[in-house]
Design a binder for this molecule. Structure first.
Ligand code: XMP
Length: 326
């Protein structure tokens, strides 16, 4: 039987009971596969790798070594959450690497989107590889592969995800959620006790804010983007839009316009809001955000975020605009 094919008889996991049954089954199967050996996992903090981490912590505890590489392009609070949830609450074996300077130094002056992606992906592998080399006795590599990744292995995510690991890493794979669809991964994550915020997190590209800090990334503009994005997320939460809109974020282009503040000329970057709905990310519609919410977000971003003097709302569906600006 092809272990990468979901059996037709496999029931869709929609309830805590079904999730718990799945978890018990996977805990037993991971223990049988791994024995007393060690397993390595690149833990990005995204839904899939987080659920795999929680499942493996349940199955093999400290035999799992989680490595979280902070490439400096995470959203506000994300790395901190990984440390709190896995390092502290779950007491996992977590190696946290702040590689911000490495990534931002390499990216300095690089404006072309594909080049930026290549640098981020390549450096990620390098950092992860260096950490793996320091660890001893690791024989398994865990991955948050999910069923759509298998079905679309030539598709978008596989093609541009950062999580691609070195091909010469000769380790046996542990992929406990590889036959699950995203909604099932979330039900399992809930059953494992992961925070709601983590389990229902919106999709976030592997290269992170690197694709939203347009053109050549600078630290000040990246900081402004991260702060503006945090305000957007906060206000969507307050307005009850967080669960309704599939993906929403800020992009900050690398040009300034003139503005005025306190009676003085004030040059700043625009913050562009993107808020879209889609089922498969191949096409997307623009969410109708109430004007009151847009005004509040605009007021907060322009008064709280240094360097931003205008807020724009992108009304373009996909096609012809892609979801990200890059
Ligand atoms: P576009 O911009 O092509 O994006 O309309 C479609 C969806 O893909 C997400 N995206 C990524 N997802 N790794 C991912 O896992 C990536 O490198 C990546 N780049 C874009 C994007 O956020 C949108 O949801």
């Amino acid at each position: 039987m092809d272990s990468n094919k979901r059996p037709e008889t496999m029931q869709r996991i929609t309830t805590p009971e079904l999730a718990n049954a799945f978890i018990d089954e996977q805990v037993a199967s991971v223990r049988a596969q791994v024995g007393n050996k060690k397993v390595l996992l690149a833990l990005s903090g995204g839904v899939d790798s987080s659920v795999v981490a929680a499942l493996l912590i349940k199955a093999i505890g400290k035999q799992l070594v989680c490595v979280h590489v902070n490439h400096g392009l995470m959203r506000k609070g994300e790395s901190e959450m990984v440390i709190d949830v896995f390092g502290k609450a779950m007491d996992a074996n977590l190696v946290y690497i702040d590689a911000t300077d490495r990534f931002l130094n390499l990216l300095a002056g690089v404006a072309e989107p594909e080049k930026k992606r290549k640098i981020i992906g390549g450096e990620f592998i390098k950092v992860f590889d260096e950490e793996a080399a320091k660890l001893e006795g690791i024989e398994f590599l865990a991955q948050g592969t999910i069923y759509p990744d298998i079905l679309e292995s030539d598709g978008v995510k596989a093609h541009h995800n950062v999580g691609g690991l070195p091909e010469d890493m000769k380790m046996e794979l542990v992929e406990p959620v590889k036959l699950l669809y995203k909604d099932e991964v979330r039900v399992v994550g809930d059953a494992l006790g992961l925070p709601h915020e983590m389990v229902y997190r919106q999709p976030f590209p592997g290269p992170g804010l690197g694709v939203r800090c347009l053109g050549a990334i600078t630290r000040d503009r990246l900081h402004a983007l991260r702060e503006a994005d945090a305000i957007l997320r906060e206000e969507f939460d307050i307005a009850g839009l967080a669960g309704k809109v599939w993906q929403y974020f800020i992009a900050v282009p690398d040009f300034k316009s003139v503005g005025v503040r306190d009676g003085k000329r004030y040059e700043g970057w625009p913050a562009i809001i993107r808020a879209v709905n889609t089922t498969d990310a191949m096409s997307a519609t623009v969410e109708e955000i109430p004007y009151a919410v847009l005004h509040k977000i605009t007021d907060r971003i322009t008064s709280e975020v240094a360097g931003i003097n205008r807020v724009l709302y992108d009304l373009t569906p996909k096609p012809c605009g892609t979801i990200e600006w890059e």
